[in-house]
Design a protein around this ligand. Structure first.
Ligand SMILES: [Zn+2]
Length: 292
């Protein structure tokens, strides 16, 4: 029977009790099936949750044909009850990033008609691929609109429409799939088929920062960060910029121009040095000729 997905009904559930159904040993690690779980399995661009099941650490979570398998560090006895605890800081960060990605993808679909064709939450940044080209100026506009959505603090809800309702609806990622389709709606911004976990209102995302855009497979790859990860990224970059500005004795906003001048000066000095080495070599050769 399929594992009951507690995270679908309540994305904020950080602790739960479940019964161990199976525990398979595989080369020193164990794979555990529970009757129900709040651990999100890797999928739809969102990484697997981590945490603990009893005394065992949960290293990975994968779904295979409706059964969710938890890779753990210790044997868990089938038939026993176990308490699961998520690393909720990590999960909440994933929720912020995933909801932020839906808002950005929704805006890009509406404004430019481009589709999200790839989504990956990496340890450094979230990347989202689109099948059309966007400029840095357009990216700035999209970021403004996305953060307006955060400011307006609109609800994000999940729904399970039936086949007939779905056929009438407009939503992103509309394709024929077996089983129940789950829709995530960001009121006024986006509606998309998605199996991931989301915050319940846009204000919880706190900040959406688009970090950059590069050409990728005929479209673009956008890198972005939300929530605490975006703040931490700002802190690291700000600290670095202030440090560079101090070294160059300029204001932080003038550091870019100062570095350009420094690079130009460096090229000039290298040329001068090359010239002087050449002159020195000639003088040395002349000196040797006089000595002999
Ligand atoms: Zn999604």
């Amino acid at each position: 029977m399929n594992t009951v997905k507690l995270y679908e009904a309540d994305a904020y559930l950080g602790e739960f009790t479940a019964t161990v159904k199976k525990c398979i040993s595989e080369a020193g690690i164990y794979k555990v099936e529970l009757d129900q779980t709040a651990f999100y399995p890797e999928g739809g661009g969102q990484p697997a949750d981590q945490g603990t099941l009893g005394d065992a650490r949960v290293l990975d979570v994968q779904e295979v044909d409706g059964t969710i398998w938890h890779t753990v560090t210790q044997l868990l006895e089938p038939g026993t009850e176990v308490v699961g605890k998520l690393d909720f800081e990590r999960r909440f960060s994933n929720m912020q990033n995933h909801s932020g990605e839906h808002i950005v993808s929704g805006i890009i679909a509406r404004e430019y008609g481009y589709h999200n064709v790839g989504f990956h939450m990496g340890s450094e940044a979230v990347t989202v691929d689109f099948d059309g080209v966007l400029t840095k100026e357009q990216l700035f506009e999209i970021e403004q609109q996305a953060n307006d959505a955060v400011l307006r603090n609109v609800p994000i809800t999940a729904s399970l429409p039936d086949r007939e309702e779905l056929a009438q609806m407009e939503y992103r990622s509309k394709k024929e799939i077996e089983g129940q389709v789950r829709l995530i709606t960001v009121e006024g911004y986006d509606c998309c088929a998605c199996c991931g976990t989301h915050v319940s209102s846009t204000g919880e995302i706190r900040l959406i920062k688009l970090l950059g855009v590069q050409n990728y497979k005929g479209g673009v790859r956008i890198s972005m960060l939300c929530g605490e990860k975006a703040f931490r990224d700002y802190l690291i970059k700000h600290t670095n910029l202030v440090g560079i500005a101090q070294l160059l004795s300029v204001k932080p906003e003038e550091a870019g121009d100062a570095v350009v001048r420094l690079k130009e000066k460096n090229i000039e000095l290298k040329k001068e040095l090359k010239q002087l080495k050449k002159q020195l070599y000639i003088l040395e050769q002349e000196g040797k000729a006089q000595d002999s």
